[in-house]
Each structure stands twice: as structure tokens, then as C-alpha cells.
Design a binder for this molecule. Structure first.
Ligand code: F6R
Ligand code: MG
Ligand code: MG
Length: 365
């Protein structure tokens, strides 16, 4: 059976600042999905990571389906209405355009979708991150799908050994989707050259070169391009089919133990380690650190199993401590140098206003 997974994530408002959504908000989202989704979708799972609500839908209507996207839009709107009545912070923050225009892509919510012929056993992962940007997945994906030093499965499995086709998007380009296709292992150095720049080049999808099947779909939304100014980091969502011709689940999870430094954190203007957290975690220290959660599912005829929390294991407690230490280490240097983003990636205008005001006071000796 051919099924579609649609994963959409948005901040519709949260308690106590940008911490997490309220139970009533989640109930309103769920109520809309279950009522309006009848006859349209096959199954759903509702979760949150930090201040973002994540809706996962299964259906047989293909990607970019207008009715399916409208359903999620209506669900976030219902959540936003509750957020307003409860005085939640940033109500409807990611619903950047007022009216639904047929497709949620490019409106504000982060979208990852894939359509595929279901395997007899179909495991997949849904990653949801908060206080960071889509390029945060670049390094873990490179290590899992292209680097045999991190993933010996690439040389152990003949199917994985055929390599992968990466589609990479230039998210700075706003006239259309500017993409490039690169294959591993042949184009590894070119791929690394692009993926080092998390703010500009983002992995959009990864396909197996063994059978052409899709493994990865990652959202490439850039809120700056949508709103014309920076309105918040893009808090990305990603779907990854695992096992057999694709890396194993554990091989996809393993690179997240690095807790690599990413853009985001407080005011979307700092650098912080990406901490793998349990599902339904909030953010705290310095509006962060940037977090990522991962739910594992199996699916048959579009029916989802219960979600299993992939980062709820004692091993990841140690990793979280390491991330906390890395967060502390970089926060120690405050505004200085590498601790903050460059001028073009700051989410607030205070610094550029100050620089403008100082302009006339400079003299050239
Ligand atoms: C980062 C984020 C928060 C806010 C911060 C200030 O993406 O959402 O760190 O930037 O809490 O929020 P405002 O400016 O709304 O008071
Ligand atoms: Mg927010
Ligand atoms: Mg968020």
C-alpha cells in the first residue's frame, strides 16, 4: 500500500514564555484533527517539543495535499484561539500568513512529508527540534548516511554501501526552490562543503541508491523568507525511514550524542549545543538549550503503533549532562565572538540599530 506521512509543527502559543503549549491548547488541536480528519486521514499522533506542537498524520492522498494541509492549519488555528483565551505567550506565532492558501508549506509551520510503498515492516522516526534551525540536522545526517567512521553500517550492508542521493536546498534563495543533488560516496567533499553552512544549505531529502526509496524528508522552511524579517528560529521537523536499505535506527540516532553547536537558543541569536531530550520536554535554561526529540513508530496500512521515545534511555541521560556542560561552557563567554550569531542571523534589531547610531561618531584617522 502506498501511504503518505505528513509531519507538521508550529508554535501556536505557550505557557510562561516560550516554554511549552498548554493541555487545553493540545486538546483543541487534537479535537480538530479527530473530528475534521474523519474520512480524510488514516491515523495521527500528537506531540510537542518545547513550545511547538507536532502533528503526524498518515493518509493516502500524497504530499502537498490541500485538504490534509488545511486540516493541520485549522487545528493550529483552533489551538491559537485557546492560546488567546488562556493568555498564552506568542499565540499563533508561527501562523504567519492570515489566510490558508492551499498549502501549509511557506506559510510558517514546518512541514516534512514523504510518500512511499509501505514495506512489510515499516519503521520510521520523527525528529522535532526547538530553538534551532533546519540546518541543525545536516551534521547528524551526513554522519549517519555518508561517514563510515561514524556508521560502519555503510560498509557492512551491501545495500547501504551503494550510497545515497542527497537533495540539498539553498534556503537563502527566496525566488523559488534552489536545490542541488549530490551522491555519496563520490560527492562527499562537495556535500561537506555545503553542509558545513547550516544557515544556508539544508538537506531536504535523502534517497537510497540501491532501490531509489526515500529515507529522509526534512523541512526547509525559512521563516525569515516568509515574513520578510526574522520572526523566530525555524524549529525543524524531520522524518527518517530506517533499517534494511537505510541506516539502522541506532545508526541514525548515534550522531546526536555529539550535541553539536547549532544556531538558535535565547532570542534565536546565540550558539548552543543540540540536546537530545525526552518527548514532551520543555525549554528552560537561557530559553534552551536547543533541543531535539525523536519518536519511533512502526506503521502498517497507515495505522501507527504507539510512539516510542527514542531518547528515553539511560544512555541519553549521560548525553544530556554533556550537553548541559557544553551549554554552560559557551554561555560563560556571554556576548563574545562565537557565543552569538553574526549580524545577519540575529533575530532582533537592537544591535543593528546601535551600529547605525554609532556610524556618524566613527572617524577615519
Ligand atoms: C527564541 C525564542 C525566545 C524569545 C525570548 C524573548 O526563538 O523564542 O528565546 O526570543 O524569550 O521573547 P520576546 O521578544 O517575545 O519577549
Ligand atoms: Mg516560540
Ligand atoms: Mg519553537
Amino acid at each position: 500500500m502506498k501511504i503518505t506521512l505528513t509531519a507538521i509543527k508550529a508554535d501556536a502559543g505557550s505557557i510562561g514564555g516560550h516554554i511549552c503549549p498548554s493541555e487545553q491548547l493540545l486538546a483543541a488541536v487534537e479535537d480538530t484533527i479527530s473530528r475534521q480528519g474523519r474520512g480524510l486521514i488514516i491515523d495521527y499522533s500528537l506531540n510537542y517539543t518545547g513550545d511547538d506542537v507536532a502533528i503526524l498524520l498518515t493518509h493516502d492522498r500524497g504530499i502537498d495535499n490541500e485538504r490534509v494541509h488545511r486540516l493541520t492549519w485549522d487545528a493550529f488555528l483552533a489551538g491559537t484561539e485557546v492560546a488567546k483565551t488562556q493568555g498564552l505567550y506568542g499565540a499563533g506565532q508561527d501562523l504567519l500568513k492570515d489566510a490558508f492558501s492551499g498549502n501549509t508549506r511557506g506559510l510558517g509551520p514546518a512541514v516534512a512529508e514523504m510518500e512511499f510503498e509501505e514495506r512489510p515492516n515499516e519503521p520510521f522516526l520523527m525528529f522535532t527540534a526547538d530553538k534551532t534551525e533546519p540546518g541543525a540536522y545536516n551534521l547528524p545526517l551526513f554522519l549517519a548516511f555518508a561517514d563510515p567512521m561514524h556508521n560502519a553500517g555503510l560498509i557492512l550492508s551491501p545495500a547501504a554501501g551503494k550510497g545515497y542521493l542527497f537533495t540539498v536546498m539553498d534556503v537563502d534563495y527566496s525566488e523559488g526552490d534552489r536545490v542541488i543533488e549530490l551522491v555519496t560516496p563520490e560527492n562527499m567533499y562537495d556535500l561537506a562543503t555545503l553542509l558545513r553552512d547550516n544557515g544556508r544549505f539544508v538537506v531536504e531529502s535523502i534517497h537510497s541508491r540501491h532501490d531509489g526509496g526515500i529515507s529522509v524528508s526534512c523541512c526547509t522552511t525559512r521563516l525569515r523568507n516568509i515574513a520578510g524579517k526574522y520572526v523566530g528560529k525555524d524549529d525543524p521537523i524531520m522524518l527518517v525511514r530506517t533499517q534494511k536499505n537505510f541506516p539502522a535506527t541506532g545508526e541514525v540516532l548515534a550522531p546526536f550524542e555529539i550535541c553539536h553547536y547549532v544556531s538558535g537558543f535565547m532570542r534565536g541569536s546565540h550558539v548552543g549545543p543540540l540536546m537530545p531530550v525526552k518527548a514532551r520536554s520543555s525549554v528552560s535554561f537561557f530559553d534552551g538549550p536547543p533541543i531535539v526529540s525523536c519518536l519511533a513508530f512502526s506503521v502498517r496500512n497507515g495505522i501507527l503503533t504507539e510512539a516510542v521515545d527514542a531518547f528515553d534511555h539511560p544512555y541519553w541521560d549521560w548525553v544530556r549532562e554533556k550537553a548541559a556542560q557544553k551549554a554552560h561552557d559557551i554561555r560563560e563567554q556571554g556576548f563574545s565572538g562565537a557565543a552569538m550569531l553574526g549580524i545577519h542571523d540575529l533575530e532582533y534589531v537592537g544591535i543593528s540599530h546601535r551600529l547605525d547610531a554609532l556610524e556618524d561618531d566613527f572617524i577615519v584617522r
